[in-house]
Design a protein around this ligand. Structure first.
Ligand code: LMR
Length: 397
């Protein structure tokens, strides 16, 4: 049967890494997939993770199955990281969290949960959004619509257009928001804009689905959660898909969480029982190792302190690379203004390079960035590759 199949297109992000790996150029630069690199250009295992793994290896007694929703300790700590330990949603018990295989796993479980339980609700995503968002929801037969987000130049938030669009979404639909470090633009709403977004969601009875994959990569652990905490008002409902790939460097361990905030404890338990059906029919129950690492680090004062230090180091380096990129581009192509990159947040920015320029970067300079909007992974830049990178960009402009 398979003889009749034609090749499917490569993934718009991960496909580029496959192409990068095959590129023989020793000076190639991969700024496509969102993976953090240190100053030496490698993606190290965090020290807190290594120590947690050492302790786990000593203590672990069994490889028996976890529950469908994963490690209970992981779930509790994941909720606390999102909202803080004393938050009313936690103390009243109207929040539940399931350990999932990565943030993508959380999104897919959420998509199936919506399909089963809110079958007529469309999912509204920002324009633009992470390329995999529409694919995940469409794979679960969800209708995906878009709301305006970025200005025409791709450099700042068009908040009036966004708010107008949100105000037209029918009650009962789902609005996907990026909790911080918007992927792919690096442009986030301000605190005041989050208040207004929360008002619209509340007034129009829209269900927020917050994709939160970069907590700690923007301004800080609590600062990055401020928008999400604005949305979670007393009694409000939400779905939150968080990831520990980036902030713990646990990419290959696939560890994330689907958190459900309901209006009451009973409603939270009922929602959890339905989410568990989605998990059971997808992958039965989550893998243990990554979740156990996160729980070990977050639950131990010493390891948590070390994690916060290491996370601050990654955040600081990304910030420095933004500044250095803008300065270097000023020298290489003074007629082009890239200063907006320094104002943006997290791993990604839209460079504004056209698909033709992106192609030329790849074919002539072995520099790999995502075609749509010319998305650049700033966290992949280093002081060592900056000159080469900016010269290549200047030559295709
Ligand atoms: C990205 O946008 O590059 C990351 O979220 C990784 C991925 O899976 O696409």
């Amino acid at each position: 049967m398979f003889e009749t199949f034609e090749m499917a297109p490569p993934d718009s992000i991960l496909g580029l890494t496959d192409a990068f790996k095959k590129d023989p150029n020793p000076n190639k630069i991969n700024l496509s997939v969102g993976v953090y690199k240190n100053a030496a250009g490698s993606t190290p295992i965090l020290r807190c993770v290594k120590e947690a793994e050492r302790r786990l290896l000593e203590e672990e007694q069994t490889k028996g199955y976890l529950g469908i929703d994963g490690l209970p300790e992981f779930g509790r700590l994941a909720c606390e990281l999102l909202l803080t330990a004393g938050h009313e949603a936690l103390t009243s018990g109207r929040i539940v969290s399931l350990q999932t295989p990565g943030g993508t796993g959380a999104l897919r479980v959420a998509a199936d949960f919506l399909k089963q339980n809110l079958p007529t609700a469309s999912v509204w995503v920002s324009k633009p959004t992470w390329a995999n968002h529409p694919n995940i929801f469409q794979a679960a037969d969800r209708k995906v619509e878009t709301y305006q987000y970025i200005n025409a130049a791709g450099t700042t938030l068009d908040f009036d257009a966004m708010l107008q669009a949100l105000n037209r979404i029918p009650a009962g639909d789902v609005v996907l928001l990026h909790g911080c470090c918007h992927n792919p633009t690096g442009v986030d709403p301000t605190a005041d804009q989050w208040q207004q977004i929360a008002d619209v969601l509340h007034d129009r009875k829209l269900l927020p689905l917050i994709d939160f994959a970069y907590q700690g990569f923007g301004k800080g652990i609590d600062e990055d959660a401020a928008g999400l905490r604005t949305v979670i008002r007393p009694g409000t409902e939400a779905l939150i898909c968080s990831s520990f790939s980036k902030n713990f460097g646990l990419y290959s361990e696939r560890v994330g969480a689907l958190t459900i905030v309901a209006s009451t404890t009973d409603a939270a338990q009922a929602a959890l029982s339905h989410a568990k059906i989605s998990v059971r029919t997808n992958y039965s129950n989550p893998p243990q190792h990554g979740g156990a690492i996160v729980a070990k680090v977050l639950g131990d004062a010493e390891l948590r302190g070390l994690w916060e230090e290491e996370l601050a180091e990654m955040r600081g380096r990304i910030h420095d690379m933004r500044t250095l990129f803008v300065e270097t581009m000023k020298q290489k192509a003074p007629q082009h203004d890239f200063s907006f990159i320094a104002d943006q947040c997290g791993m990604f920015s839209f460079s504004g390079l056209t698909p033709v320029q992106v192609d030329e970067l790849k074919s002539k300079h072995s520099v790999y960035i995502v075609t749509s909007g010319g998305r650049i992974n700033v966290a992949g830049m280093t002081a060592e590759n900056m000159d080469r990178l900016c010269s290549a960009i200047a030559s295709v402009l």
